[in-house]
Ligand binder design. Structure first.
Ligand SMILES: C=CC1=C(C)c2cc3[nH]c(cc4nc(cc5[nH]c(cc1n2)c(C)c5CCC(=O)O)C(CCC(=O)O)=C4C)c(C)c3C=C
Ligand SMILES: [Fe+2]
Ligand SMILES: [Fe+2]
Length: 354
């Protein structure tokens, strides 16, 4: 279960930020090993305050572990051919890190493993970075010798995932007065990307858009909607329109009913619990907007069944030889990619981790 992770407690914030700013796949910095710890130290107090304000830490580990354990139990039932199944959490920036998962897998004597990204839509800065780290650990033998790997690299239009998101939107819509419910604007919000990443051919923006289109089809276009982008960091140009600006713009246009929908992350985190709930919702209410935030998927049984379905289909097709260890799409580097690790990682996984 690959994801970025988050500090489970406030004192873990500094190490989380240090690991994040040290990641050249996410934020390439000159003199990274010197500059990254400095930026992390400077940013820590502000981000610590945000984690304090959302209750003392990120719930991502709790939810990822729960999703993984329940998915593995379901897999034992629906795909007994490869049972028993066990989920290992491998976070990129917080404990348990990829090397922690590797140690545990080696101890357990794992011989067959699926790298299952928990980011629905692919970006080199998220899933790509996690796969690069897993490749480094796997190649070094940290996970054990002779492990056969395959990859589930993206699933942003899986019908079970779409259904789970749509159900949460419907729950939020039900809180509005029925007579004017169709006027409610669905504001899908995803973590933004620097334009430098978009412009090197990263598929994330397209894939998030595909998720939104699939959700709207499932909802039979019951409401008007927009996809907007949040959480940009630093002074460079990022993908827009920014969520905060969109909320203000809707108020200016007299669109006073909004559901905010997190669409690129499956568990609650600082962006839902802090930016959405404490910043955007508050701002919207001050502008006279009636606003609901659609719940994150968290422990949604529909979502967990979708994860099990994705894994079962992958294992079934892989065993039948109808798919290889990686998708064809994973094999294509961004046309503007200059990161040599991406090339090595893709061919290592395409050979099943050999
Ligand atoms: C799919 C989601 C995400 C993408 C794409 C993404 C790209 C991306 N992020 C940064 C820089 C930062 N992100 C930070 C936190 C953070 N990022 C995501 C998700 C995506 N990032 C989440 C869910 C979080 C919060 C974790 C939590 O527990 O809530 C941070 C740290 C926070 C801060 O300092 O503001 C940075 C920095 C870049 C540069 C980038 C694409 C290149
Ligand atoms: Fe981010
Ligand atoms: Fe790349």
């Amino acid at each position: 279960m690959l994801n970025m992770g988050g500090p489970s407690t406030v004192p873990e914030t500094h190490d989380f930020l240090k690991n994040l700013f040290m990641d050249g796949d996410l934020i390439p910095l000159p003199f990274q090993s010197v500059i990254a710890p400095w930026i992390a130290r400077r940013r820590t107090p502000q981000i610590e305050q945000q984690y304090t304000d959302i209750g003392g830490g990120s719930p991502i580990l709790k939810y990822t572990q729960l999703q993984g354990d329940r998915m593995a139990a379901l897999l034992d039932e629906i795909h007994p051919e490869t049972a028993p199944h066990k989920a290992y959490v491998a976070f990129r920036y917080a404990k348990p890190l990829t090397d922690d998962a590797a140690i545990q897998m080696k101890k357990d004597g794992v011989k067959r493993a699926v790298a299952f990204t928990q980011y629905p839509q692919y970006s080199c800065s998220t899933t790509g970075s996690s796969l690069n780290e897993l490749f480094r650990q796997g190649r070094s033998g940290a996970v054990g010798e002779g492990v056969e790997w395959s990859v589930i690299d993206r699933w942003g239009t899986h019908p079970g995932f779409i259904e789970a998101v749509a159900q949460n939107i419907e729950k939020s819509l039900a809180k509005f007065d029925e007579a004017s419910r169709e006027d409610v604007v669905l504001l899908f919000s995803a973590h933004s990307l620097p334009m430098s990443v978009v412009n090197r051919g990263d598929p994330y923006v397209l894939e998030v858009s595909a998720t939104v289109a699939a959700v709207m089809d499932r909802l039979k276009h019951s409401n008007p909607y927009r996809l907007v982008w949040q959480s940009q960091v630093g002074p460079s140009a990022w993908m827009g329109m920014q969520t905060g600006e969109a909320v203000k713009g809707l108020a200016r246009l007299g669109r006073k009913k909004v559901v905010l929908v997190p669409i690129a992350f499956t568990s609650d985190h600082i962006e839902t619990l802090y930016e959405m709930d404490l910043e955007y919702v508050k701002e919207a209410e001050e502008l006279g907007i009636e606003v609901q935030r659609a719940e994150s998927l968290n422990d949604s049984p529909v979502f967990i069944r979708a994860l099990a379905d994705l894994a079962a289909n992958h294992l079934r097709q892989y065993s039948a030889g109808s798919i290889g260890p990686t998708s064809l799409q994973l094999g294509l580097r961004c046309p503007g990619c200059t990161n040599a690790t991406c090339a090595q990682q893709k061919s290592w996984f395409a050979r099943g981790g050999r």
